[in-house]
Design a protein around this ligand. Structure first.
Ligand code: NOJ
Length: 530
């Protein structure tokens, strides 16, 4: 089965999705209560952010027990019930696997702390007498010192010690964790930090390009990223997955810029798919988009892997806000530039149709379908992202894209749950609640529901090929067989529609009876030939 080649996958950031027990934190019960919404939205699978036992120093990406559910989210039984319920609704479940690092509360790290330098317990991590010059992805040094003077490596927060993937016990443990969740019926794994598990032997210094400000994109050949040996791990995991048939999948979180190196992770005996961050980061500019699309298709074709199309996730500024900026390319650490949210919303609507029309699978981050913007004015005391603390507030961090969803009602917490919400929701989200948007045929939610439904029924969409059509500058137009056309207008003026009957448009088409219709600026349309 190859459902993943054209699936629409919805990312559930669990603590902000829906709260079932009234403690202000989203949980499994809340998710279960909204499965109908997700089925009606028209997605095929859910990717659930880490739900394991965790001190939540990094929203659960600091795992203390990979085989148990954090009490804030529920119990293992709740998770098993959720998997079963989702399957009954025709929704597959992808869980988030965090293999690069554990929590400092994980029993292995606690044992390492109690053990001597050079002891086997310390071998499972990267302990050294002297640190090298690596910086944490979250800001500040990538090394912290323990009581006896040794240092340990953490590419992220100090509470997230990196595992030593040269250690056979680490490898065996993750095979076992995979089987644990496969035995519980999950349909796949999203692999956190997938390109960084293996570090260059000896942990050599980097070439000194750090001034305390980490970037998302390293140069090729970095000692902590995209090492050739990392592929062995995925070949090994693929064999484990194979024990369970051929319809379970791996989705890699791979921030590797070079399309060819990126595609190496998607060779037939490695991961099935990976997030297309080149598309996510791309500015709302026709030539940049065209070139990212072309590069994506070419690189994936070589390894026969389906591309993915991603606009947002829980780590980046929401795209309604990004696309509202003069410079709409994704950049970290930008919070003080103005954004025209009306423009951003128009473009986000068009981008939704573009991403759902391209060949491959598509991701929807919770709240994309409501057109939520980034929230900047959170009280500092409530910010939880370690990035905020580790950069002394120079980077506001990622809490602003993780604000709990507004489901209904006129005031916070907008039916997120019976209690409050762990981060405050803006007052103007009363107009963006799911309930309000369901009653409005022109809303973002109605557009997503309609487009996902058409995407499912339209034979041309999902996996397959596309052909660019000749179009005027700053117009993206392509065909897919049989008989489907998508056009996106990135000019500042209306453009004539191509042949065909409009199926859905992100904005009202211009024209009256007898007058050829036109597509307004910042809009997209799908058409069927004939
Ligand atoms: C990527 C995850 O998406 C992000 O949220 C997390 O902070 C880092 N990996 C570290 O696990």
């Amino acid at each position: 089965m190859t459902w993943w080649r054209d699936a629409a996958i919805y990312q559930v950031y669990l603590r902000s999705f829906a709260d079932g027990d009234g403690d202000g934190i989203g949980d499994i019960a809340g998710l279960e209560s909204r499965l109908v919404y997700l089925r009606e939205l028209g997605v095929d699978a859910l990717w659930i952010s880490p739900w394991y036992v965790s001190p939540m120093a990094d929203g659960g990406y600091d795992v203390a027990d990979y085989r148990a559910i954090d009490p804030a989210f529920g119990t293992l039984q709740d998770a098993e019930r959720l998997i079963g319920a989702a399957h009954q609704f025709g929704l597959r479940i992808i869980v988030d696997l965090v293999p690069n690092h554990t929590s400092d509360q994980h029993p292995w790290f606690q044992e390492a702390l109690r053990s001597e330098p050079g002891s086997p317990a310390r071998e499972r991590f990267h302990f050294r007498d002297e640190p090298n010059n690596w910086q944490s992805r979250f800001g500040g040094p990538a090394w912290s010192q323990v009581e006896d003077g040794q240092w340990y490596l953490h590419l992220f927060d100090a509470s997230q010690p990196d595992l030593n993937w040269d250690h056979p016990e680490v490898r065996e443990e993750f095979r076992s964790i995979l089987r644990f969740w496969l035995d519980r019926g999950v349909d796949g794994f999203r692999i956190d930090v997938a390109a960084r598990l293996v570090k260059q032997a000896g942990l050599p210094d980097k070439r000194g390009r750090f001034e305390g400000v980490p970037t998302f994109d390293d140069e090729p050949g970095e000692p902590d990223k995209d090492r050739p040996e990392v592929h062995e791990i995925y070949r090994d995991w693929r064999l484990v997955l194979g024990e369970y048939g051929n319809d379970r999948v791996f989705v890699g979180e791979i921030w590797v810029v070079d399309p060819e190196r990126f595609a190496m992770y998607l060779r037939p005996d490695e991961l099935h798919t990976a997030f297309n961050f080149a598309f996510l980061k791309c500015a709302w500019e026709s030539e940049a988009l065209r070139s990212v699309i072309d590069q994506t298709l070419a690189a994936h074709a070589k390894v026969d892997a389906p591309p993915t199309w991603v606009l947002s996730n829980h780590d980046v500024t929401r795209h309604v806000t990004r696309y509202g900026r003069k410079d709409s390319a994704f950049m970290k650490r930008v919070h003080d530039v103005p954004a025209d949210l009306a423009q951003g919303t128009r473009r986000a609507r068009a981008a939704a149709l573009l991403s759902m029309a391209l060949p491959g699978s598509v991701y929807v981050y919770q709240g994309d379908e409501l057109g939520l913007p980034e929230v900047f004015d959170l009280p500092d005391a409530l910010r939880e992202d370690p990035v905020f603390r580790r950069t002394d507030g120079r980077d506001l961090g990622r809490d602003g894209c993780r604000v709990p969803l507004p489901w209904g009602g006129d005031a916070p917490p907008y039916e997120f749950g019976k209690g409050g919400a762990w981060l405050p929701q803006p007052p103007d989200w009363r107009d963006l609640t799911a309930a309000k948007q369901l009653g409005d045929a022109d809303s973002m939610l109605s557009l997503y529901r309609l487009a996902l439904r058409i995407r499912r029924s339209e034979q041309a969409l999902g996996d397959g090929d596309m052909r660019w059509l000749v179009s005027e500058p700053d117009v993206l137009a392509f065909e897919r067989d049989p008989g489907f056309t998508c056009m996106v207008n990135l000019t500042d003026h209306p453009v004539a529609l191509p042949e065909g009957t409009p199926l859905v448009a992100s904005a009202d088409l211009i024209g009256a009876v007898g007058v050829p219709a036109e597509l307004p600026p910042d809009a997209a349309v799908w058409l069927r030939a004939g």
